[in-house]
Design a protein around this ligand. Structure first.
Ligand SMILES: [Zn+2]
Length: 311
């Protein structure tokens, strides 16, 4: 199981949540906002474990029946909601299920906790179906919405949740987490430098970074302007294959343009910085689209490359 004591970094958030629980003033609808892979889910699980624990300490005790059930991922009062297999969205049906779950008396007697992992995958209808529950949650029930971009939720949902912001982790903590995950120190340091404070992102980038793919990608991106159409389509093809790597490769492309911005600002080349910022925006838009919608990927990549080359 995950306890607050197991969470690396996020001291401010942990302190806030622990005292809110201790003082009985924890909001019933919480929105954990911050970049992907930064540790929001771990903190949500630690909070759930604390709320469900039979002891009354600052942290889940780790030994009571409730903590043992949470430890094996089968606590009857804890529900994690994600899109069904093969689906990109969480539909209204799942929201009905979670409402029924929240209405039930806690079996362990403490609380009911629902975690919606990646809440922007809730369909618009599902978000609307959730409003009343967010406004008037059943007693002793807690709902935690995890989001990497709060703007992707309806404002009516956002305004009904207490927002808890997660900041990027310091690079040295990312390195620690990566080495604890079995990475050698040099690889951990290289990945952490790209990870923007997110261990999850570092782990996703791992396969594409450590085999030299990143260097090849940066070389391709460096000479886009004025490139021939056939060259642009070749880069689009490289990004799109294998298909499963596309989201990670788009993150690397984003990292490339951010590096260009930083370097251009350092050397006072403001026109270059401005261009690279606009390029980064386009890539970010494409990444969001791949992640949350279901675009025609080859068309999306072709359009992206043409736009990047035109800036
Ligand atoms: Zn316990």
């Amino acid at each position: 199981m995950t306890r607050f004591a197991d969470v690396r970094g996020h001291d401010r958030v942990r302190g806030f949540l622990q005292s809110a629980v201790a003082e009985g003033r924890l909001a019933h609808a919480l929105m954990f906002a911050g970049s992907d892979g930064i540790g929001k889910r771990s903190v949500a699980l630690a909070l759930a474990a604390r709320l469900l624990c039979e002891a009354d300490g600052d942290d889940a005790c780790g030994v009571c029946a409730s903590c043992r059930q949470a430890g094996v991922g089968s606590h009857a009062d804890l529900l994690t909601v994600v899109p069904a297999a093969g689906k990109k969205e969480i539909g209204v049906d799942r929201v009905r299920d979670l409402k029924r779950f929240m209405q039930l008396q806690p079996l362990g007697g403490r609380a009911k906790v629902v975690i919606i992992d990646d809440a922007p995958t809730l369909s618009t209808a599902a978000q609307n179906a959730l409003l009343k529950t967010l406004e008037e949650p059943p007693p002793r029930s807690f709902l935690i919405l995890i989001v990497n971009n709060a703007d992707s939720l309806l404002s009516t949902v956002r305004s009904r949740c207490q927002r808890v912001n997660f900041s990027p982790l310091p690079t040295e903590i990312v390195v620690e987490i990566l080495t604890a995950n079995g990475l050698e120190a040099p690889a951990a340091i290289e990945l952490a430098a790209l990870a923007e404070g997110s261990p999850g992102r570092a782990l996703r980038l791992q396969s594409c970074v450590l085999d030299g793919a990143r260097a090849r990608l940066s070389a391709s991106l460096a000479d886009l302007r004025g490139a021939r159409y056939s060259r642009l389509m070749q880069v689009a093809h490289e990004l799109g294959h294998p298909e499963s790597d596309l989201p990670v490769k788009l993150e690397l492309v984003l990292a490339h343009f951010r590096d260009v911005v930083v370097e251009a600002i350092r050397t006072a080349s403001y026109a270059t910085a401005d261009a690279a910022l606009r390029q980064a925006d386009l890539v970010n838009e494409a990444w969001q689209s791949v992640r949350y919608r279901n675009p025609n990927r080859s068309l999306l990549l072709e359009a992206l490359l043409l736009q990047l080359a035109a800036i």
